[in-house]
Design a binder for this molecule. Structure first.
Ligand code: UDP
Ligand code: GLC
Length: 384
């Protein structure tokens, strides 16, 4: 039973991978609250689960503001950010520990906490690098972390290395791999396809929100080389990437793939859809901080083809638990897909190994134990 009064903070009302982790972390913490910058599905789910949720009155629509936007574009937002910081400072005083679950949440929590002085944990779900953040943003994040964070939790060694390379203090870092608990349902692939209305031939899928760095365009280009293969693109533009979503549809039309590439939008039945495909593709063109979908596919017993960057090589044990291809290389991806689809029986030992690895290294219980202990230690440190 957790007794610390933790204030969890997130900038978005949408439910991306980081928010799915948050939903698991807050479970059972009845004395804690969640502060969200904007309303949305995340606040609704938290409230349905009985969590106390405080939603800022000034943050509406901020989640659609892209993190690679310039400071000039951000200028008009400063007044609203200052108002959110003031609200946050007020709520923070009623809690023992602050837990920021995103970089925007961390920056504002660090400032809001200057007076309240509660121990502040930053769960950093990003790779701090020029590919993901502007120079000023990186400098500010690192300065605030080194000065004000009690701990920086990251989901992978890749995210830890990037934080340290950007100037972050090594002693702050705690690597806690993401944990998942998804049990495959005992039903054949064919039956699932029928049930879900999916095509019956060779079928592959990508299951990430639509964003250029997630690389869905590379899968579409690879499918152009594989005439009999269908692909499902699951996910939507959650964080202001609508232009990219439109670009993907144009690409499909240009390459005449309309009858083979199926956009399914955001879905809440990803584990089932994943079990229905012959291969799960993780085509991120920039280093992925973790990639929950990798572990979801490993647990589902589905072959994984991922790009060789960020946390993927670690999670897939450098190719033992899945195939790795260079980022942004449609030809290499189509060749890998061809190999996997041609002789799936050869992959049985790899799938077995991947599933065992997912269960031992990336279990939900293990993640929750590590984070629970960390919160307790940080809270206890403040109490003495
Ligand atoms: N997801 C989902 N519905 C979708 C697309 C994705 O529920 O339509 C889930 C997916 O199963 C995964 C999470 O969203 O658990 C995405 O997490 P990941 O770490 O792969 O990437 P992120 O989007 O957080 O960068
Ligand atoms: C972020 C990252 C993703 C990670 C997720 C949960 O959204 O992009 O790689 O799996 O957070 O940590």
């Amino acid at each position: 039973m957790s007794t610390e009064r933790v204030l969890f903070v997130d900038h978005t009302g949408q439910i991306g991978g980081a928010e799915l982790i948050l939903l698991d972390v807050v479970q059972g913490r009845k004395d804690s609250s969640v502060f969200l910058f904007e309303p949305g599905p995340l606040g609704q789910v938290l409230a349905e689960r009985g969590m106390s949720v405080v939603t800022s009155r000034r943050g509406h629509g901020l989640g659609q503001f892209r993190r690679d936007s310039s400071w000039l574009e951000a200028l008009p937002l400063f007044g609203r950010l200052a108002a959110i910081t003031a609200e946050l400072a007020h709520v923070a005083r009623k809690h023992d520990v602050l837990y920021a679950n995103s970089q925007k949440a961390f920056v504002l929590s660090a400032i809001a906490n200057i007076a309240a002085r509660r121990p502040l944990i930053w769960h950093l779900h990003d790779i701090i690098s020029p590919a993901h953040f502007g120079a000023l943003q990186r400098r500010m994040q690192i300065f605030l972390a080194n000065r004000f964070a009690a701990k920086v939790v990251v989901p992978s060694e890749a995210a830890a290395a990037a934080f340290i390379e950007a100037g972050g203090r090594r002693s702050l870092v705690e690597v806690v791999p993401n944990g998942l608990a998804v049990e495959p349902v005992p039903v054949s692939r064919e039956e699932l396809r029928q049930r879900l209305g999916l095509p019956s031939g060779p079928l592959v899928g990508v299951f990430s929100r639509l964003a250029r760095w997630k690389g869905q365009h590379v899968l579409i280009e690879a499918l152009a080389e594989l005439p009999d293969v269908h692909g499902i693109i699951v996910g939507d533009a959650l964080f202001g990437e609508q232009d990219y979503a439109a670009e993907l549809r144009r690409l499909v039309t240009e390459l005449c793939l309309g009858d083979r590439v199926h956009f399914l939008g955001h879905r809440s039945d990803v584990p089932l859809l994943m079990q229905a495909v012959d291969a799960m593709v993780h085509p991120s063109i920039d280093p992925e901080p973790f990639g929950r979908t990798l572990v979801e596919a490993m647990l589902a017993g589905v072959p994984v083809i991922a790009t060789d960057a960020g946390a993927a090589p670690d999670i897939l044990e450098h190719g033992r638990a899945g195939l790795l291809v260079p980022p942004g290389d449609a030809r290499a991806l189509s060749e890998a897909l061809d190999a996997v689809l041609a002789q799936p029986e050869f992959l049985a030992p790899q799938l077995d190994y991947a599933s065992r690895r997912a269960r031992t290294h990336y279990s939900l219980a293990r993640m929750l134990d590590s984070i629970g202990l960390l919160i307790r230690n940080v809270g206890a440190g403040a109490a003495v």
